[in-house]
Structures are given as C-alpha cells and as structure tokens.
Design a binder for this molecule. Structure first.
Ligand code: SF4
Ligand code: SF4
Length: 312
C-alpha cells in the first residue's frame, strides 16, 4: 500500500486536513488533481466565486458534463494521482458514487467538498470512507440542523467542517468552534473576500476575533507578483473542468473566464493555463514546469503547485 493510501486510512481527519498544504513537499512528484465533475449547485451563497458572483455552471453547462464511466475511462490513462473532488456541489453530479467507487486503482481520492444538503443515503452509496470537507452555509441551513447531520455522517465518513468568515459568521465562530471541539470535529475557517473589492476587509476587532481560527497556510496570497515564476502546475498539479478541460490551476481557470481576472491579466499571456482536454486521444500533462508571470490568486494552487521565481 502506498504512503498516501496509508495516510488516508490511518491518520485522523483533522490531521490529514492540516497536512494537505504540505503534500507537495512530502510528495514532490505526486500528481494532484482537483476534479470538478459539475459546477452546478443547489445553493446560492452570496460570497461564492464559482456559483454566485461568477457562475461557472454557465461556462461549463450540464450538457457538457461527462458521465461517470467516461470519467473512469479517461482517468485510467493518467499516472497515479491524488484526486480531490470539488465543484459546485459534487453530490449533484448524478454518477458521483459510481465514479468514486470505480476510480481506477492507481488513484486515491484525498477528499471531497460538499454542502451536506443531500440526504445521508446519497453519501452512503459511496463505498469508501472519504474525507469530506463539509461546508456550512448559514444563508441556507441552520447551524443546529447542520451540526446534527455532521454528527450522523461522521459515523461512516471522515469529516471536517468549513466556514467562510463573513462579517455575520464572525459572531458565531466561537459557538461553532466550541461545538466542533466537543464533537471532536475539525473546523477550517476561510477568510471572507469582499466581492466588490476582491480583498479581505475586517476592522481591528474583527481581525482579532478571526486570528484565533485562521490556519497558518492561509496567509500567502501573491497579489501583485507579475514576476515570471517557474511553476509545477500543469505537470504535477491540475484542475479539471466538467467538460474535461485540464487547467494548470484554479487561478488559470479564473484568468481564462472571469472578467475581473482578465483585467488583471491584461497584456500578459494566458495560453499556458489550458493544458488540453482529458478526453482528447492525444492528451498529455506538461512534462516540464511552465513559466507564469501572473499573480497567484488561489490558495489551493499555492497549497499544491510548487512555485519559485525565475532567476534573473
Ligand atoms: S454551497 Fe458552495 S458551491 Fe454552492 S453556492 Fe455555496 S459556496 Fe458556492
Ligand atoms: S504561478 Fe500561480 S497562477 Fe501561475 S500557473 Fe502557477 S499556480 Fe497558476
């Protein structure tokens, strides 16, 4: 059994989640894939950058999505990979359990994000104990109902809870952190980015509240870094869209599609972000690092791609 499989099976969920940003250091040549089988979602969170502020389900529509068996066949062509399933709400993808249950044996699922809105029976169809990042969206579900469901799913899945620290949620952080602690469930807090300005906007008091809950891995955006960077994204890390397009990173997905990102990229090449389409007969990941002169904007990319400045 390889080391990543052992980590998945033997290490507690909370520790696995803390280890995630260091996977690229522990496994420098491991292929990490972020698989988005759908960008559709049954929620409409006001702070969501993939479904509300910008709607990726309009770029990659339901008609462009592939069936579970098509994904299984296409993923079989790739070398051993650690696959994280995201979206949208991945549980809305009709064949999600089939896809996970019959994943080609060289791959491991390192986790899946879900808003936990579907009945637990839908999750029970997944026949392996997954790490689930359960995202709590108080605009759509009460915390009491959500936490009760978290406790039930914890009986057959590894779980952590994720919360975006919107100004409204800040007042609630202490309460949910206490409840999660009592139930031995890890809590991950993401800072809220104001959609109008694209930056965090907390006053001193709010920052003080937030500091206790933010993880150290979440403070390293490279906002204005237009220096050419040598980057492993596209070689040992990639983001896969519902139509099979393989992008170097989530930043690249945004640079290619979102108007505000296109403005940031103005005058710079974005061609390196699209690696190809997984369903094309001649698809290959990059064999060497790429050079990118755009600012890294997404934490997942920073967690999993290896990036350093090109020597001048
Ligand atoms: S549940 Fe997740 S994907 Fe859906 S709208 Fe909310 S933040 Fe976006
Ligand atoms: S440097 Fe950042 S934005 Fe550029 S390809 Fe790498 S991860 Fe993506």
């Amino acid at each position: 059994m390889n080391i990543l499989n052992q980590i998945q099976l033997l290490i507690p969920a909370r520790l696995k989640y803390l280890l995630k940003p260091y996977y690229r250091v522990i496994f420098p040549n491991k292929l990490h894939l972020m698989l988005n089988p759908t960008f559709r979602c049954n929620y409409h969170c006001s702070y969501c950058y993939t479904h509300t502020i910008f709607d990726y389900s309009k770029v990659y529509s339901r008609e462009q999505e592939h069936a579970a068996q098509e994904w299984i066949d296409a993923l079989a062509k790739l070398p051993s990979a650690a696959i994280y399933i995201a979206g949208g709400e991945p549980m809305l993808f009709p064949g999600i359990a089939d896809l996970i249950n019959a994943l080609p044996p060289q791959h491991q699922v390192t986790g899946m994000v879900t808003n936990l809105s579907l009945p637990l029976d839908a999750y029970r169809k997944i026949k392996r104990k997954l790490h689930l990042n359960l995202s709590l969206h108080r605009e759509h579900v009460g915390e009491t109902e959500f936490i009760a469901k978290v406790k039930q799913i914890k009986e057959f899945m590894d779980v952590t809870v994720n919360l975006v620290a919107t100004p409204e949620n800040l007042h609630f952080l202490e309460k949910i952190a206490g409840e999660m602690e009592a139930a031995d469930i890890g809590l991950h807090v993401d800072p809220y980015i104001n959609p109008a300005t694209g930056v965090y906007e907390y006053n001193a008091h709010q920052l003080q509240l937030l500091k206790r809950y933010l993880q150290a891995d979440r403070g390293s955006y490279r906002h204005n870094d237009y220096h050419p960077k040598q980057c492993s994204a596209g070689r040992n890390y990639a983001v896969i869209a519902p139509n099979g397009d393989v992008l170097a990173c989530y930043g690249g997905l945004n640079y290619l599609n979102v108007p505000q990102y296109r403005q940031i990229a103005a005058g710079h090449s974005v061609d390196h972000f699209l690696i190809g389409n997984l369903f094309a007969a001649d698809f290959k990941l990059n064999s060497a690092d790429l050079i990118c002169a755009l600012p890294c904007k997404e934490h997942c990319d920073l967690d999993l791609a290896r990036i350093w400045e090109v020597e001048k």
